[in-house]
Design a protein around this ligand. Sequence first.
Ligand SMILES: Cc1cc2nc3c(=O)[nH]c(=O)nc-3n(C[C@H](O)[C@H](O)[C@H](O)COP(=O)(O)OP(=O)(O)OC[C@H]3O[C@@H](n4cnc5c(N)ncnc54)[C@H](O)[C@@H]3O)c2cc1C
Length: 290
Amino acid sequence: MKPFDYFAPQSLDEAISIFDSANEVGDTRGLIGGSDLIDQVRNGRREPARVVNLKGIPETNRLEWIEGDGLHLGSAVSCSTTAAFPKIKERYFGLYQACGLVGSIQIQNRASVAGNVCNSTPSADTVPSLLTYNAKALLVSSKGERIVELNDFFTGPGRNIMEANEFLVEIILPDLGENTYSRYQRFIPRNEMDIAVVGVASYVKLDEDHKCISSGISLASVAPTPVNAKDAEDFLIDKKFTQENIEEASNLAPNSANPISDVRGTSEYRKKLVKVLTSRTLSECLEDSI
Ligand SMILES: Cc1cc2nc3c(=O)[nH]c(=O)nc-3n(C[C@H](O)[C@H](O)[C@H](O)COP(=O)(O)OP(=O)(O)OC[C@H]3O[C@@H](n4cnc5c(N)ncnc54)[C@H](O)[C@@H]3O)c2cc1C
């Protein structure tokens, strides 16, 4: 392990000024739970010049619901605290489920949703749900703030659009309104502590006639980045949300998957899993809506 400088700023401005010199000093990494970063540094997969603990900053600890606006989830909030926040279970059930799947209870107590996002692996469990909700990320640097769609955030395995001198302050989940249903399921060969062979998050918003007026289906572990199952999403729109239409949408979901074959599953197997998990997650949404 290479030595690095460690910082623990107590304000946003202090953190911004540390990150500001990242291009000159070298890789400057935010630290929240450390459940990815510490392992990567110890194994030499990352050799940061500086590690910046972002947990002492008030803005990164924000966890606030604003009716009509949405949920502001600070980057330092752990998966456990996220799942325990009542609005998460009430309005973003898929994310609630995903938070409860990350590692173990001990990992969930340290790890954050933001760390899962910034680490940017295709298998990240909390990301597909965030994509179905059209969540956004608030990034800051000395140039100011910018809000980016998480749908445009990921660029490859372990890569994203964040600049070297930027960091993530909070994730913003829009207020989805009433009659919204979401679920997340993943397949792993054991009961826990494994990486998703495939993960699927589904979300629907229904009108009074039980017609689907908005949908999101996002897939983990089937491409270099998390992806949306566009054909399946589009199929559901303006149709009654029935089991028959769910099966049709599930048949279309693998169209968006471009998985590799590896020790954990072949490409063909992963595509079948996409279909099965899409059907299961949407069927649970249907059950919930009746
Ligand atoms: C035993 C074990 C089991 C695990 N199981 C799962 C699992 O089931 N599912 C799953 O998805 N993941 C799993 N993980 C991976 C990990 O726990 C998650 O990705 C977690 O959400 C990371 O959050 P963290 O706060 O610990 O991130 P950290 O390790 O602190 O950071 C992760 C990365 O994001 C960067 N970063 C963090 N915060 C910011 C910020 N605010 N701005 C800019 N960059 C930032 C860091 O520099 C680092 O590169 C597991 C890890 C372990 C060790």
